[in-house]
Design a binder for this molecule. Structure first.
Ligand SMILES: [Zn+2]
Ligand SMILES: [Zn+2]
Length: 360
């Protein structure tokens, strides 16, 4: 009986010692050896969205049998995808703790591993919108977290590294734009664009420019020269496009008396004679149109008016939609209470009233 109790206590102590040995491999280590080794975390570059591999290497390896360390990183910038084996240690376990910004690494070999090389490589994805610049990766450890088979504590030098995140459209604050330049000139009726470029990442921003409207010349241009048989035509042309207004006809006699150079394409400055022809031929109603089309601003109002036409058509459509809604409501009522049912209900109510009346 006593023997069994003693056996059980011994087993419990043995298991406790084993657990302690695995979790803190060098807890019992006393001697600190001279050659500590150097562990370097690689420095790699990438842009947001990229996947990068960060190697963790060891030089001047004093011989290590066990490691229990924390690899620190910024989980808001990097996401651990997987761990890749190196050529120094055979067996390792890792556990990612993004909420604590660290990855636990535990290794346990059967004998000291003495060669230099890669301990482990970590594959990360650079998260979107990560700020440009170095996001640091390092190692945090305490005394006894590295040891050799003699349980000597090893305190290697740690050279931090990380991921140098490049500047791209995804993470650039766009605070260094060039001046606006014309990318596409606006025309009388079509919009144009200005553009500017971010000097840091090359992002291009566009700005819409409204159409500038027609600008009609005060001078008249001969559209068709007059002959003995046929009248000529002249009008005021837009200085930018082929649009024209105030087209009037004139005869050979008019050209002589009004000092109009009767030749196709010739420009005729307005004079009293021409103004009279305009007054005779252009209806007063259309004259505001003529004056309004003289400036670009007024022309843009033409565009606006054409736009405002569309809501009118919409309002015309509205009654039809409300009608259809009414129809559907009626249909629903009829569906819920068919005519036959309503008559039946009225009939039943009438009988009940009759019975009550007879009873009274
Ligand atoms: Zn930018
Ligand atoms: Zn024009």
């Amino acid at each position: 009986m006593l023997k069994n109790i003693f056996k059980s206590i011994f087993c419990i102590i043995l298991v406790a010692l084993m657990i302690t040995a695995i979790s803190v491999p060098c807890f019992a280590a006393e001697k600190v050896i001279v050659n500590q080794g150097v562990i370097t975390i690689g420095k790699v570059s990438g842009n947001t969205g990229d996947t990068v591999i960060v190697p963790i290497t060891i030089e001047d390896n004093p011989g290590i049998i066990a490691i229990t360390i924390s690899i620190t990183y910024d989980s808001s910038a990097l996401q651990l995808i997987e761990d890749l084996p190196g050529n120094v240690i055979f067996a390792h376990e890792i556990q990612d703790h993004p909420s604590k910004n660290l990855i636990r690494l535990v290794t346990l070999e059967s004998l000291d591993r003495k060669n230099n090389g890669t301990l482990i490589s970590l594959k990360f994805k650079i998260k979107p919108k990560t700020k440009a610049g170095l996001t640091k990766i390092s190692i945090k450890y305490g005394s006894g977290d590295f040891c050799n088979w003699k349980l000597h504590r090893i305190m290697p030098e740690i050279i931090p590294g990380g991921v140098d995140v490049g500047l791209s459209e995804d993470n650039c604050p766009h605070k260094n734009y060039s001046d606006w330049t014309v990318a596409a000139i606006p025309t009388c009726l079509e919009s144009g664009y200005d553009s500017r470029t971010c000097n840091d990442c090359g992002h291009v921003e566009l700005r819409n420019n409204s159409p500038i409207g027609h600008e009609f010349s005060k001078d008249f241009t001969i559209d068709k020269a007059a002959t003995k048989e046929e009248s000529g035509l002249m009008s005021r042309h837009c200085i930018r496009c082929a649009e024209f207004v105030d087209q009037i006809s004139y005869t050979l006699k008019d050209s002589t008396e009004g000092d109009i150079k009767n030749e196709f394409g010739n420009v005729a400055p307005p004079n009293d004679y021409v103004n009279n022809l305009v007054a005779e031929q252009i209806e007063p109603e259309s004259s505001p149109e003529v004056s309004s089309s003289e400036t670009g601003k007024n022309n843009s109002s033409e565009v606006e008016s054409s736009v405002s036409d569309s809501p009118n058509t919409q309002t015309e459509n509205n009654p039809t939609t409300s009608e259809t809604e009414e129809v559907t409501v009626k249909d629903k009522i009829l569906e819920a209470f068919p005519k036959g049912k309503i008559i039946l209900i009225i009939f039943i109510i009438a009988i009940i009233i009759l019975i009550i009346a007879l009873l009274i």
